[in-house]
Structure formats: C-alpha cells, structure tokens
Ligand binder design. Sequence first.
Ligand SMILES: [Zn+2]
Ligand SMILES: [Zn+2]
Length: 122
Amino acid sequence: MRPRWLAITGLIVTAALLGLAVAVTWTTVSAEPETLIQFKPLKCSLCGHEYTAEIGNRPARCPKCRKEGVWPASRCDRCGTAVAMDIRRFNQEKREPYCPKCGGRKLADLPAGPPAGAATPE
Ligand SMILES: [Zn+2]
Ligand SMILES: [Zn+2]
C-alpha cells in the first residue's frame, strides 16, 4: 500500500503544474494584444477612395465621401485594379466577388502595411 503522504504530494504537484500551465497560457495570451491591430488595404466601394488603415466595422466610414462604404481591398489578378470586398453588394447581386472593371474573378489579397502618409500616433 502506498503511504498517504505520497498520494497527497502527488496531488499537490499535479495542481501546481496545472496552475503553472494556466499562468503561462494567460501570460502568453495577454502579452500580445498589439499584434491584433493590423493595417489593411481598404477601398470605398462608393467613391473609390483607397487607403490603408485599421478596419473595425464593415463597412467603415469613408474619410473622403463620409459614407459607410469602406471594405478591405483585394487586387484583381487580371487588370490590377483594387477591388473593395463589398460583401453586401456581392450578396445583393448574388454573385462571387469580382472585379467591377474587367469582371475578373481572381482577386489576390493586397499586402497589409502601415498607413501611407498617415501620422504615427505617439
Ligand atoms: Zn468614399
Ligand atoms: Zn480586373
């Protein structure tokens, strides 16, 4: 028969290891909220204004025409036009995302980057 103290020590060690694992996971998760903020290439599907910024709401408010028509942008593989991923419009037209200029269906993601010409906060 195993001595009672051995069983208790085992329990304590297990609990400590579990606690440590939770603590490590917690620290890792809470250490990098910054990386969630990403600047994306955006395009207003109403006025065609293109810029790079964070996007929260979709559609977001356009800084140029002040209407809510800003969506993440992709680039048409065929003609190189930046295409606003206006899901609302594509749904309305009941078709897959396409290039409004040449009708191309192959749209590539534009690389994300810092906002062009925008002042860095702080
Ligand atoms: Zn606009
Ligand atoms: Zn195109």
